[in-house]
Design a protein around this ligand. Structure first.
Ligand code: CO
Length: 497
């Protein structure tokens, strides 16, 4: 987008948006559908697109007139859209967690949310209730025959991949202890060491933190079986939402964050509201050797990281004696205060996420950081066949304006070598979620395929599924969905092989 493009006929910049349009995307999902046949309202569904598009995110944001304190406290609702031969159908289900079932029966919130949702009655009604409600709302992945709804502070829920029926909490055939923390950010190794794997982790934190790194077969007869498993202990409290993989390393960025649980215990704050950035300290890269790699069995490497805060990584790869990590960096931890109403937040006070590259030199234990762009972004990815390897292109959700924080309203394809960019813009009335890049089956061309993205359509107060060509972000199809899906979190594509 050039500067001259900022002036439109109406005199408003193209990033102009109506706060009511944005806020209307925080609503309850009212319907559960089975195999509802979809039709493109514009364009045609590509016939080569065959598989399931799975998405998770908060679907219940209000009960009995009480709104969650933060959308991350909303119960997980899974959307599955199946594509085959140019046709598509949608099913959706709330994950039947214990908390969801009890609150459905009660017709009100009876659990405290990690992001500050409290039971009515003030601190006295909440103090000393330290139960976590596993809301299964962050990501959805297929592992073996199971679909897993993930929430990082507790164990995964197992669902049927077609009907979305909840089977219940799973230990993954005894791999996990009951309700052991299991990350919501698995990475899919496309075959660095032969067959495909799902690499993931769990964190137990306190004055010392233990990171459990697990690798599962994700293909063939052994899909779902654990292949390797290691535990490493690190000093200090850990807040690890995401990580990255290369053929030899699992890359974690331990943000400089402290945790004071007292206000949580006393019923004044949610647990996640007790996180604070630690002035005068820097984050650390925790580099754990993968069991299948050249450094198997060695101790982790710990190297100082740049200032700031990272939720999400885009990709990592290796070059000679360096690990390169591309991530979305914030200047500070975006605190969620008890007195804030998220629907009225001042966007100008929120730090923007900036796509940056850290080159970690393993010989000198030094990190060099460079920014790709000043434009606020989130939810970046590369072609899944390039996960853990050097990739030329990345796709991400961005704010439509060029500097500063704003809701995500556009999709960007960035050439990581030349910085050439292509943008598909949903503003002023559309709000995008995480885009998924789906490679064209069998194509050796890195940017050949599609981008699938759910877009909150502020005009019709509903959700559209938009299909773009991955190489130039031209529109292939727009499908107006029969359900309104709130601004969501993560998902995955599972191709019909
Ligand atoms: Co995430």
């Amino acid at each position: 987008m050039t500067k001259s493009a900022l002036n439109t006929a109406s005199g408003k910049a193209p990033w102009h948006f109506d706060r009511q349009d944005w806020a209307s995307g925080y609503c309850n999902v009212e319907k559960e559908l089975d195999n509802f046949k979809l039709h493109a309202s514009k364009g045609e569904i590509p016939s080569e697109l065959c598989g399931f598009f799975y998405k998770n995110g908060p679907g219940k944001l209000e009960r009995n007139g009480q709104l969650v304190h933060h959308p991350f406290d909303g119960d997980g609702m899974i959307t599955a859209i199946h594509f085959e031969g140019g046709e598509a159908s949608l099913s959706n289900r709330f994950v039947r967690t214990k908390g969801w079932q009890k609150e459905e029966e009660a017709g009100k919130f009876i659990y405290r949310g990690v992001f500050g949702t409290q039971r009515k009655g003030g601190p006295l009604a909440n103090a000393f209730d330290l139960r976590f409600k596993n809301i299964a709302n962050t990501n959805v992945v297929k592992l073996g025959k199971q679909l897993l709804a993930l929430w990082e502070a507790a164990g995964p829920h197992s669902l049927d991949p077609v009907t979305l029926k909840t089977h219940g909490l799973t230990t993954l055939d005894g791999v996990l202890k009951p309700d052991e923390p299991f990350s919501a950010h698995p990475r899919f190794d496309p075959g660095h060491h032969g067959s495909e794997r799902m690499v993931t982790f769990g964190v137990k934190t306190g004055p010392k933190s233990i990171v459990r790194l697990m690798e599962f077969a994700s293909q063939g007869d052994k899909a779902g079986q654990i292949i390797s498993d290691r535990k490493d202990s690190f000093d200090g409290f850990a807040f690890l939402h995401d990580f990255a993989i290369t053929p030899n390393w699992a890359v974690f960025l331990q943000n400089a964050i402290s945790f004071n649980p007292l206000p949580f215990i006393l019923g004044q704050r949610g647990a996640a509201q007790c996180l604070n950035s630690k002035p005068g300290t820097t984050g650390k890269f925790w580099l754990i050797p993968r069991d299948c790699g050249s450094f198997a069995g060695q101790l982790p490497r710990i190297i100082n990281a740049p200032d700031g805060f990272v939720f999400h990584h885009v990709n990592a790869w290796e070059k000679a004696n360096e690990i390169i990590v591309e991530s979305i960096h914030y200047p500070d931890y975006p605190e969620v205060r008890p007195e804030d109403n998220f629907l009225e937040m001042d966007f100008d006070l929120i730090p923007a996420g900036i796509l940056s590259r850290c080159e970690i030199n393993l010989t000198e234990n030094k990190v060099k950081t460079t920014k790709f762009s000043e434009q606020c972004c989130e939810f970046g990815m590369v072609n899944p066949n390039k996960e853990g390897l050097e990739a030329r292109f990345s796709w991400m959700a961005i704010a439509a304006k060029e500097i500063g924080y704003a809701p995500l309203q556009a999709i960007k394809k960035l050439d990581l070598l030349t910085l050439e960019k292509k943008i598909w813009n949903a503003s002023p009335r559309g709000f995008v979620s995480e885009p998924l890049m789906i490679p064209k089956p069998g194509s050796p061309i890195e940017d050949e395929g599609w981008i699938l993205v759910l877009v909150w359509n502020g005009k019709r107060r509903g959700t559209d599924l938009v299909i773009l060509k991955a190489n130039d972000l031209s529109e292939e199809a727009i499908i107006e969905l029969p359900i309104a899906i709130p601004h969501g979190l993560h998902g995955n594509w599972v191709s019909d092989k």
